[in-house]
Design a protein around this ligand. Structure first.
Ligand code: SAM
Ligand code: SF4
Length: 483
């Protein structure tokens, strides 16, 4: 398992023999001919952002990004293993490079598996897909330059699988995919121990970044024109500043909101246990902090929450909802649910439906429970049959859809500020998001709107999005009042 087969990489990738001395850390990215990479990401926004940083590392080393694996010398899959289906997808992608499926021909590419599947399966990936050359979990990304160097100097198989790190993954260069919204990881890993979840195993222990480094990065982002920042972490609100400023999460939020040029600050994902009054008060006080909180509940039954080791009861979660709904500013709340956790009875599920009704979420992601390796729940008996999981999922999704239609219809006639993120093929159609993270598709006679903040009046409401028209004549209230 994991033996090193030495095949000079230069013979696989023209141009790869270039010395790393030509491209020392800190130098400007130089593209060397033939050094091309493709990266595909599965899973959450944290993975999306990790891929942006990995792309930055590669660009720094002189690689050029391409949009198709066919054109790439280096093909990386940044993987997700949160549910079994997500993990399976990666192996089907890897299968495309199996020489057996290509009349015995090697693809001539260097294939790398990054992220959660890499961490979970480890070097066994080399046994399952011997044409893979690199396996690296997210807690080892800071070692990527070294691993790449080893590949470039001829090693055929390299891996980075340690999780016992206290460091976060800092890069000199990040290749951001979104032109207006920049993701910024503030905390990596997870120290909670939800019994169904593979993340603490795949992403390692919780590591918060130094607040100075976070704020410095965001100032640079503002300088190059980003106006919306999304702070990321598996439990983003568990942030604890390791620097001697010792900022707590709400203080960090307010500090980010004050950076000149930053108009919107989002954060994801919050753990209910660490959602305190200070965070809600900060959102209430600062218009730059978006009026949206994603607060996964997972179940409405305290019995199931206990088995999930979520560290709160149904009542405590509902108190958090009251706290958020109790401030002056309307704050939208979205959540995650898992149905069919081992031992979940019909009565437990009814409690989930009643919580759904009481909480009136603005959006919800819901999943059928999927047993994951290395988790406590994988050893639990009393599995819910797959057909019953599916039935519960459908009931929950139908109820939530009706709630969303109702909640969105209340917004008809209201005007919202929208950050314009896309244009449709029809010239007058645009799309963007409100501060509350609702998608608003709207019409405007204007030709250039991408990246702008515009006022849009809502004229239609569906379960997942709103429609509207731009208020061209809009005058901000303060200006109209003369205040
Ligand atoms: N850190 C977040 C939190 O504390 O809620 C969630 C992270 S996880 C990437 C996103 C969602 O995947 C979870 O909220 C949960 O609903 C779902 N999930 C995690 N493990 C799961 C499993 N084994 N089966 C089904 N869904 C799962
Ligand atoms: Fe997984 Fe729980 Fe950590 Fe979220 S808080 S990443 S669900 S262990």
């Amino acid at each position: 398992m994991g033996e090193s087969i030495h095949v000079p990489l230069a013979s696989l990738l023209p141009g790869l023999a270039a010395s790393t001395k030509e491209n020392p850390p800190g130098s400007n990215p130089v593209t060397l001919p033939g050094r091309t990479f493709y990266i595909e990401t599965f899973g959450c926004q944290m993975n999306e952002h990790d891929s942006e940083k990995v792309a930055g590392v590669l660009l720094r080393r002189g690689y050029r990004q391409v949009v198709s694996p066919d054109d790439a010398g280096l093909v990386f899959y940044n993987t997700c293993s949160i549910r079994e289906k997500a993990a399976q997808k990666v192996f089907s992608r890897l299968g495309e490079f199996n020489p057996k499926n290509n009349a015995g021909r090697e693809s001539g590419k260097v294939i790398g598996v990054l992220g959660c599947v890499a961490q979970q399966e480890g070097e066994e990936i080399f046994d399952r897909a011997p044409w893979v050359s690199l396996v690296c979990g997210s807690a080892s990304y800071r070692k990527l330059p070294l691993l790449l160097e080893r590949l470039e100097s001829g090693e055929r198989r390299v891996s980075g699988l340690e999780t016992d790190t206290e460091e976060a993954f800092e890069t000199e260069l990040t290749r951001r995919n979104h032109p207006f919204r920049a993701y910024v990881t503030i905390i990596e890993g997870c120290d909670k121990a939800c019994s169904y979840c593979v993340v603490p195993y795949t992403r390692g222990p919780e590591r918060s970044r130094d607040s100075g480094s976070i704020l410095g990065e965001i100032r640079e982002l503002a300088d190059v024109g980003y106006t919306e920042i999304q702070l990321l972490g598996q439990t983003v609100n568990s942030y604890r500043d390791p620097s001697n400023r010792h900022l707590i999460f709400s203080e960090l939020l307010l500090a980010v909101a004050e950076i000149p040029g930053i108009r919107r600050v989002r954060f994801m994902t919050s753990h209910p246990r660490d959602m305190g009054t200070d965070i809600v008060d900060a959102i209430d006080a600062s218009a730059a902090l978006c009026d949206h909180v994603h607060l996964p509940v997972q179940s409405g039954s305290t019995r199931v929450l206990r088995a999930m080791q979520r560290t709160y009861t149904r009542e405590e979660y509902l108190e958090k909802i009251s706290l958020i709904r109790g401030v002056r500013r309307p704050i939208s709340i979205t959540t995650d649910f898992i149905v069919g956790f081992p031992g979940e009875t019909e009565r437990d599920f009814e409690e989930t439906l009643s919580l759904l009704h009481l909480a009136q979420f603005d959006g919800a992601f819901s999943f059928q429970y999927s047993p994951r390796p290395h988790t406590a729940a994988a050893l639990m008996s009393d599995a819910v049959p797959e057909s019953e999981k599916l039935r519960r999922l459908q009931v929950l999704q139908e109820r939530q859809r009706a709630i969303q239609v109702q909640r969105n219809q209340r917004l008809l006639g209201q005007t919202f500020e929208v950050l314009v993120e896309g244009a449709s093929r029809r010239e007058t159609q645009w799309t963007g998001r409100t501060s509350s993270n609702r998608v608003l598709n709207f019409t405007s006679p204007r030709k250039e709107l991408l990246g702008e903040y515009v006022q849009v009046r809502v004229t239609g409401a569906g379960p997942n999005s709103l429609t509207g028209e731009q208020c061209i004549e809009y005058v901000p209230r303060e200006a109209a009042d003369g205040s």
